[in-house]
Structure formats: C-alpha cells, structure tokens
Write a protein that binds this ligand. Structure first.
Ligand code: PEP
Ligand code: MN
Length: 262
C-alpha cells in the first residue's frame, strides 16, 4: 500500500490546515523533551515568530539509560496542548505505548513513533487503528525495506496519514552521532508516495553542520526538516549537546531559507 506502484500521486498528510507532501516543505522545530510550561512557551514563541506552525516536544522519552530523564509523560502532553493553543501551533510528540495511542489525539496533532520503536509491531498496529497523522522514524539500523514495511503495518490498518523521517543510521563513523543517509530521501520518494522528512538534529548530533545538511535534504526532495531547539541547551534534560538555542535557531532558519528551498 505504501508503494509508488500502488499510488502514483504523492500522499498529502493533513495536520489540521497544514499540508505535508507534494507542496512547500515543512519545518518542524521544538525541544527534545518537554521540561516545563515555561521552557515550551519560550520555544513556541521563537518558532511562531519565524512563521513555523508545527512544534515538536517529547513527553515520553526512550532513553538509553534508565537513570536518565524519562520525560513528563501525560503531564508533558498537557503542557504541549496548552502552549500550542496559546500560539496556534500544531504539535508532534512521541508515543511509546500502544495503550496511549488513542488518548494521544486528545493532546497532540501528530504521533511520533521513535527510531527505537520502528519495529514495535503492536505499537504500529495501534497507530494504524487511529486517524491521527503518524511521523514514523527510521530505526537505528533499519534498512529502507524494513522502514517501508513498518509504514505498511500502519497503512494496512487504515491510517493512510503517515510521514517517514530519516534520522540517521548507525555506522562505524564517529564524526557524527549517526550517519545521515541522504540517499534514503530520493529512494523513499521513488519507492513510496508517503511524505519524507529529515531530522537534521538526531542524524548529525552536530550543530555546526545543520544548515548544509538541511539544504542537502531539501535539494534531495525532502518534504520537511525537523530540528531541536531549547531556550537554554546547556541545562536541557536530554540531548543538551545537540539542541540549538533560540539565536542559533534563528540563524539556522534564515540559513536554510536563503537557499530558496524552503
Ligand atoms: C526524538 O525525536 O525525540 C527522538 C528520540 O529521536 P529518535 O527516535 O530518532 O532517536
Ligand atoms: Mn532529542
């Protein structure tokens, strides 16, 4: 069902009045984790000022260590909803438990399925049962074929509103946190009609190369970019090293805009 052979025209995913796929690329920005109302509000204001309409923020954080901050859970989703309402933004947040999939739509506009859960088949099936748009991240070491089959789990249950996002894969290379597989963009666009986005933050883990990587993604045909922004990255409870502060974000945004690709 996700194959280009099945459907020639691009799928357009509707996040309220925001359309993704087949038209103007989308920029998604926001903190790695929802930490407080104040923190989310500062980011929301900054991104709203640039004209961005979709904000991300993790409430359920799948962390490598069980001793690291695990997220605010439902409380975090409530913060997102409150701030988004105030600024007229759409929201994206990761859900990790199939039992939360239905409930999520009360708080957020897009459900993210994280890299670590790309092959959590019960979660994928649950995501297929609702009609909330899904942002499916590529697994840490998933092939393109496995990625597309994960999307197929969702679409085959009736939820056609699926976006794919390349977020870097694990290789031997240590210069970046993950290896941004830029070739995945044109391949996914060729093989599938679903929108394809690129998470420049998690794929590189480096703030200094975000602009060229975002430009490369857009030049390769990506339907959108995701980037992490925090009002004070040094104090962030997750991904402190890779999040942009608000000034850096503004520079990043105008740097990408300058290319004319966004
Ligand atoms: C995230 O986007 O918040 C995240 C945890 O990323 P990933 O699942 O790609 O590691
Ligand atoms: Mn993060």
């Amino acid at each position: 069902l996700v194959s280009r052979n099945k459907q020639k025209e691009d799928t357009v995913v509707h996040i309220g009045d925001v359309a993704v796929g087949g038209s103007k690329p989308l920029m998604i920005a926001g903190p790695c984790s929802v930490e407080s109302y104040k923190q989310v509000r500062l980011v929301a204001k900054a991104i709203k000022d640039t004209g961005i309409s979709v904000m991300r923020g993790g409430a359920f954080k799948p962390r490598t260590s069980p001793y690291d901050f695990q997220g605010l859970g439902i409380e975090g989703l409530k913060i997102l909803k409150e701030v988004a309402g105030e600024f007229g933004l759409k929201t994206i947040s990761e859900i990790v438990d199939p039992r939360h999939i239905e409930l999520a739509s009360e708080y957020i506009d897009v459900i993210q399925i994280g890299a670590r859960n790309m092959q959590n088949f019960e979660l994928l099936k649950a995501a297929g049962e609702v009609r909330t748009p899904i942002l499916l991240k590529r697994g840490l070491a998933a092939t393109i074929d496995e990625f597309l089959h994960a999307a197929e789990y969702i679409v085959s249950r009736g939820n056609t509103q699926v976006m794919l996002i390349e977020r870097g894969i694990r290789t031997y290379e240590k210069a970046t946190r993950n290896t941004l597989d830029i070739s995945a963009v044109p391949i996914l666009k060729q093989e599938s009609h679903l929108p394809v986005l690129v998470d420049v933050t998690h794929s590189t883990g480096r703030k200094d190369i975000l602009v060229p990587c975002a430009k490369a993604a857009l030049a390769a045909g990506a339907d959108g970019i995701m980037v992490e922004v925090h009002p004070d990255p040094a104090t962030a409870l997750s991904d402190a090293a890779q999040q942009l502060n608000i000034d850096e974000f503004n520079r990043f945004y105008s740097g990408v805009k300058e290319s004319g690709l966004l």
